[in-house]
Design a binder for this molecule. Structure first.
Ligand code: FES
Length: 90
């Protein structure tokens, strides 16, 4: 990963994912980035329906599609796949 490249994390905020907690996922991700002081390394975005409704909360790290059953699952994956690698590079 180059120093200037931001990781783009996109969370679906379509109605099905919203009901499962997509808003909380975005809030938690945001809080974690702030706590770690790495808001400038990761861009958080919302997206319209990713057309994978029903599978859980749908989101992406860059182009990689992910599905989390619960908010806490998404937080765990975010910590392992986004927070930790960014911190390791600092
Ligand atoms: S509402 Fe999220 S995939 Fe459809």
């Amino acid at each position: 990963m180059s120093e200037n490249r931001k990781i783009i994390v996109t969370v679906c905020v379509g109605s099905s994912c919203h009901i499962k907690g997509a808003r909380d996922v975005i809030m938690r991700f945001n809080e974690m980035l702030k706590e770690e002081g790495i808001e400038d390394k990761v861009e958080l975005k919302g997206s319209f329906c990713m057309e994978r409704c029903g599978e859980g909360i749908n989101w992406q790290i860059d182009e990689e599609p992910l599905t989390s059953s619960y908010v806490d699952d998404a937080v765990k994956v975010f910590r392992e796949r986004v927070i930790r690698p960014v911190k390791d590079e600092m």
